[in-house]
Design a binder for this molecule. Structure first.
Ligand SMILES: Cc1ncc(COP(=O)(O)O)c(C=O)c1O
Length: 321
């Protein structure tokens, strides 16, 4: 019998027995999830939105899958219906976790979903619909070093080896200790370790951290903070949102009428670090999302007062432009 009692100390994390995507195949990243699904199927061509990060490209090129980009409309959905052959797949992205209803409506025109992949990388708490192949990236919502979930009926062998995140977790500790700048280099190193998309099981460290998180708080805080941000910005935001839907957003996208470049830079001087989603080609109709949108944090680390302070700062910066 083995006990594991005594010896050196450990980080004392609560055990909550969370059930976060317990029925999915748990891998180290969304990229690994894409790879596992696509390598299990005969796929020649993949349709992806032109508004997307480039991180998935290496998955497609490794598998010799040709990429066909499609345009999205103002609701972040494919501008038109895309007809699919057997060896083609369509990736629909649930942008910022705000597109559940739109995606469901869009899919009403399809009778067969077997060639559709929903990319919920930005929508951790959105459910799988209609048994469609669906992929998640929990790292974008939770402080974990790695993680990717895959739901699909069509996959071959799951990996048996675990992803080793023992050398790519320290940024989480540094950030928790308030060492944001020191942690940033470690964060970049941790992200680089995920560039290898060969599927591994999600690390035991990520699993253990997920089990310690009060997920209800994550959900409630994000929904609350999003609503509060919208109270401040709905009159100037060119994007509209349906606040009655049950989605749990990644961030609050605030689209202005002109470039946010200088505001984004000024925010850095206040230690406010916003992502830029995504630097697509200037000629693309999606470029204006990159150019004119601030993606404001609404995560569980921000309370009402933080949201208020951030919103006031941004309003001041906009007024001074
Ligand atoms: C929409 C979308 N899909 C997939 C990915 C890849 O996720 P991961 O880093 O977990 O591989 C990203 C990453 O930025 C993303 O934004």
């Amino acid at each position: 019998m083995k006990f594991g009692f005594g010896g050196y100390g450990e980080l004392e994390l609560p055990v909550r027995r969370n059930q976060l995507h317990d029925d999915a195949v748990a891998l180290q990243s969304a990229r690994a999830a894409f790879y596992l699904y696509l390598s299990s199927n005969k796929v020649r061509k993949i349709y992806i939105p032109e508004y997307l990060c480039t991180s998935l490209d290496s998955v497609f090129s490794t598998l010799n899958i040709s990429i066909q980009k499609y345009t999205i409309n103002s609701r972040f959905l494919p501008s038109k219906k895309i007809e699919l052959m057997n060896d083609e797949r369509l990736v629909i992205v649930n942008y910022f976790g705000l597109c559940d209803e739109g995606i469901s409506k869009y899919l009403e025109s399809y009778s067969d979903f077997s060639n559709v992949i929903i990319d919920n990388s930005q929508a951790l708490f959105s459910p799988v619909i209609g048994g469609i192949t669906t992929i998640y990236s929990p790292r974008k919502f939770l402080g974990i070093p790695d993680g990717g979930f895959l739901y699909s009926r069509d996959i071959n062998d799951e990996p048996v080896e675990f992803f080793d995140s023992s050398r790519s977790s320290v940024h989480l500790l540094l950030r928790a200790a308030g060492e944001i700048n020191k942690g940033y280099d470690e964060f970049l190193r941790a992200e680089a370790a995920l560039e290898n998309h060969e599927p591994r099981k999600m690390s035991k460290i990520s699993r253990r951290i997920i089990d310690s998180i009060e997920l209800k708080n994550v959900i409630d805080r994000r929904v609350n903070n999003f609503t509060k941000m919208h109270e401040h910005f709905s009159s100037i935001n060119s994007l509209t949102f349906d606040l009655s839907s049950k989605t749990v957003p990644l961030c609050y996208p605030l689209k202005l009428n002109s470039s946010i470049d200088s505001i984004w830079k000024k925010l850095l001087t206040y230690d406010v670090y916003l992502p830029r989603y995504w630097e697509v080609e200037k000629s693309s109709s999606s470029y204006e999302y990159y150019d004119k949108t601030l993606f404001l944090p609404i995560d569980q680390r921000l309370d009402d007062q933080d949201v208020e302070r951030l919103a006031c700062l941004i309003i001041e910066l906009i007024n001074n432009e």
